[in-house]
Design a protein around this ligand. Structure first.
Ligand code: PLP
Length: 454
């Protein structure tokens, strides 16, 4: 038995291909629809915003897609990321379970997001694009894309939700340090922003508005494209680099995985760690239990129907079939900015529907208690989003103790919390509260789901 706590691969072991779970699905994904006609959209509908290489990845059914050398070269700055066995946490929980975690907080932006940011910037540059626009809420995605654009010699413009722009000056400074430009949204630069400001000059902004601004600029300029940090198939594909590495590291650990746990906002860090394991199961090679942990205040997978909906609040995107709380749902102000999305990646939603993924939800007080216990045993302070995964893993470890079974649990520690310490301060001051599942508001938002032809 290997008794090391840390399992490292050298840089020659960075995966050479991403894993595409669409190749192993028993039934294909539901098509993405044009909201006007109700018909499936084609590549030409996406071409004003995305490069053809990414549009092809969106619909590809190849099992493996090569990672370009230039992308692997940048991945070398932080990949392969370490995999740890949480022996001190196991001891504190007095559990027979073996708990492992893959740590994505070692990336320059401090989360898993650069895994796709670098790939997206690369493919855009290949097709002659010189500038990317995007939105950011808490700032994780904006800082990852700004870093990626900087490495590839591209410009980056980030529409940052105004309330976060004012409350998160350090993420803003990170975006600027990497050379990106940050604009508080709503802004006067776009007609979408100007229309909102005309009605409400003090509007504090929302992700939906920021998406509308970023998309408007990208759609209107031939040298500019738009980049999204989660939800879409190609984003989830790029994140599988984490699960593929984890499989090799588990071999070094002379163990394998019985349960995979990750938090879900749009679904990308979850897909990254889980899809290679789910693929193995779908091919009949090895069974695995997979748990998606979401916040109880934004319970997309556990309470939302599997239905066609818009990806944004302004109802500008094509319709995707996914678990959704309705595109007008605004979750209460809990402390995990990255988990506040009304929808969920169609691929993750599909796998919940087929029973290959088990969703669960945790309240934020349980999540923060888990994060603090993790910090005090393992020494890493997780991002508030990642606390949900820690809480999910702890629940499984306690279940093992109660049942007297020894299972191996792997979770994705998708980011560190060094720029989110205000959330911890509020937690220690007793200012955090558990929000009840906002049933009335969700019913209202769901009543507005778009009608689609059968
Ligand atoms: C953005 C973010 C998330 C949520 O996005 P997913 O696509 O669900 O992974 C979770 N954790 C961290 C640290 C993030 O930055």
């Amino acid at each position: 038995m290997n008794d090391s706590q840390k399992f490292l691969l050298d840089e020659t072991r960075i995966p050479t291909a991403w894993y595409n779970i669409q190749s192993d699905l028993k039934e294909p994904l539901a098509p993405v629809l044009n909201p006007g006609t109700g018909q499936p959209i084609g590549p030409e509908d996406l071409a004003p915003l995305f490069p053809m290489a990414l549009i092809q990845q969106e619909v590809s059914t190849e099992r493996y897609i090569d990672i370009p050398d230039e992308v692997r070269e940048i991945y070398r700055l932080w990949r392969p990321s370490p995999l740890f066995r949480a022996r001190r946490l196991e001891k504190a929980l007095d559990t027979p379970a073996r708990i492992y975690y893959k740590y994505e907080g070692v990336s320059p932006a401090g989360s898993h997001k650069p895994n796709t940011a670098v790939a997206q910037a690369y493919y855009n540059k290949q097709e002659g694009i010189t500038k990317l626009t995007t939105e950011t809420g808490a700032g994780q995605w904006g800082s990852a894309l700004s870093m990626a654009c900087n490495f590839l010699g591209m410009e980056c413009k980030v529409y940052m939700v105004r309330v976060s722009y004012n409350q998160k000056p350090y993420r803003r400074a990170m975006i600027e340090t990497f050379g990106g430009q940050v604009v508080p949204s709503p802004s006067t630069e776009t007609s979408a922003g100007r229309a909102i400001l005309a009605k409400d000059p003090d509007c504090s902004g929302s992700l939906g508005i920021a998406i509308s601004e970023a998309v408007e600029i990208a759609a209107g300029r031939p040298d500019t494209n738009y980049a999204l940090g989660s939800v879409l198939n190609h984003v989830l594909l790029h994140q599988t680099v984490t699960g593929i590495e984890a499989m090799e590291q588990m071999t070094l650990a002379e163990d394998d995985v019985d349960v995979v746990v990750a938090c879900t906002g749009g679904g990308s860090n979850f897909a990254g760690i889980a899809f290679p394991y789910i693929g193995r199961k779908l091919r009949g090679e090895r069974d695995v239990q997979v748990i998606a942990v979401e916040p109880a205040a934004c319970p997309t997978l556990t309470k939302g129907p599997f239905a066609y909906d818009f990806g944004d609040t302004a109802m500008m995107t094509p319709l995707m079939k996914m678990h959704t709380l309705g595109s007008s749902f605004v979750p209460p102000g809990f402390h995990a900015g990255g988990l506040r999305y009304h929808g969920m990646a169609p691929l993750v939603s599909h796998l919940v529907h087929t029973g290959d993924v088990t969703p669960t939800s945790v309240h934020q007080l349980e999540a923060f208690a888990a994060g603090v216990q993790f910090a005090r045993t393992e020494g890493i302070i997780p991002a508030p989003e990642a606390n949900h995964a820690v809480a999910g893993a702890i629940r499984e470890a306690i279940r093992c103790k109660e049942e007297g079974t020894s299972r191996s649990i792997l979770f994705n520690l998708c980011g560190h919390g060094h720029l989110d310490m205000q959330a911890y301060t509020d937690y220690f001051a007793g200012k955090l509260q558990d929000y009840e599942y906002p049933e009335a508001e969700i019913s209202m938002a769901l009543a507005g789901l778009p009608a689609v032809p059968k």
